[in-house]
Every structure is written in C-alpha cells, then in structure tokens.
Design a protein around this ligand. Structure first.
Ligand SMILES: Nc1nc2c(c(=O)[nH]1)N[C@H]1C(S)=C(S)[C@@H](COP(=O)(O)O)O[C@H]1N2
Ligand SMILES: [Mo]
Length: 189
C-alpha cells in the first residue's frame, strides 16, 4: 500500500488472517447485467485496515480522496474514499466457506458488493492512496465506467444512463457467461 503516505505499508496474506474477521453475505452485480446471488465473503473490513494501518501514516496536511486497487493482471479500480470506507467493503480471502480460488481472485481481492463488479479488483497486489482523482487513462469510450458505480443508483457508465444500456446488456448475459466460464473476461466489464 502506498501513495500519499510517509512510508509504504505491506500487508501479507498471513497478516490479513490475523486481523479482525468480517463475514459478509451479499449479491454481486456485474455492470454488464449478470448477478451472482447469496455469496458469503470472509475477510477484513477495508475501513478497519485504513483506520488502523493507513491513516496514521498519511503525510501531514494531505487529505486522501481516492483509493486505487490494483490486481496482478493489471486490472485497476479507482474508488472514492467515502465508498471504500463503507461497512460492506472487504479485503476478502474466502468465499462460501473456502479459500478464494483463482477464478474469483486468489489469494485476496476487494469486495464491494454495493458497487458494480469492476470495482472489486481480484488478485489484489497493490493499493494506492491518492489526494486527487487519478487522470483518466481510458481512451474515450461511450461505456467508460462510472466513478461511483453504485448499484442502487444504476451508475453503470460515466457517459450514458444505466437504464438505457440495460436492455442491450440483457441480451449479452448468456454469451458473457459462456466466455467467463472459459476463463476469458473479454467484454465482461
Ligand atoms: N484483477 C481483476 N479483477 C477483476 C476483474 C479483472 O478482469 N481482473 N474483472 C472485474 C469484473 S468486470 C467483475 S464483474 C468481477 C467478476 O468477479 P468474479 O470473476 O469473481 O465473478 O471481477 C472484477 N475484478
Ligand atoms: Mo464485470
């Protein structure tokens, strides 16, 4: 973990096992229309880690606004600090009673079930704490992801309303599921 901190913090998988554990029953919604229901996640509350390990190291006068979660495959999610500190945001290492498998983000992943799936970075390897929004690296795209991505507000995309794309995504659920089952996430953002 790094960013606007006086020093880097390293948290190993073993460290996580020793922190207060949280169980979280939740549904999970991909922005492209499919959902997984009734999941039981287990891990450490992100807010707990932030308050106990990160906050004491924030550079004096700095105010963290965004957190960037990075996966071993290069996937990145940018989360507004307020969203990251919600009660239901976990650094998870277990799902449905067993260790996370590689399909679902082993060894540890972020889980933020109130936000669309792309926020929940799998294979988490690095967390960066920022004092402003990182520059948008996306090429211009009509389906650029929404900065808050709150499911209850259907914040799927930055530029188009979630309700408008919903019917199109519905027709894609079948094909995307088939691709996902083969281990490819192409198009399934
Ligand atoms: N590292 C990494 N994390 C990722 C992704 C990814 O491609 N790489 N895809 C995201 C998207 S778009 C979704 S919907 C969920 C899917 O989680 P699952 O594979 O456990 O169903 O993971 C998210 N986290
Ligand atoms: Mo997704």
């Amino acid at each position: 973990m790094r960013g606007a901190l006086t020093e880097d913090v390293t948290l190993s998988v073993a460290d996580l096992a020793g922190l207060p554990r949280q169980e979280l029953g939740a549904d999970f919604h991909c922005v492209a229309g499919w959902s997984a229901t009734g999941l039981l996640w287990e891990g450490v509350n992100f807010g707990f880690v932030y308050r106990t390990r990160v906050a004491p190291l924030i550079v004096s006068g700095a105010s963290i606004s965004h957190v960037v979660f990075e996966g071993l495959d290069g996937h990145r999610s940018v989360v507004v600090l307020e969203d990251a500190l919600a009660d239901d945001v976990l650094i998870a290492d277990r799902l449905d009673g067993g260790p996370l498998d590689s399909d679902h983000g082993a060894p540890v992943r972020l889980v933020s079930p109130s936000q669309y799936g792309f926020v929940s970075t799998k294979h988490l390897c690095r967390i960066e704490f920022r004092t402003s929004a990182p520059p948008l690296s996306d090429r211009w795209s009509p389906i650029a992801s929404h900065p808050r991505a709150r499911v209850w507000k259907e914040e799927r995309h930055r530029r188009i309303s979630g309700r408008v794309v919903r019917p199109a995504y519905r027709t894609l659920i079948g094909p995307i599921r088939a691709l996902s089952a083969r281990g490819s996430r192409t198009g399934a953002t």
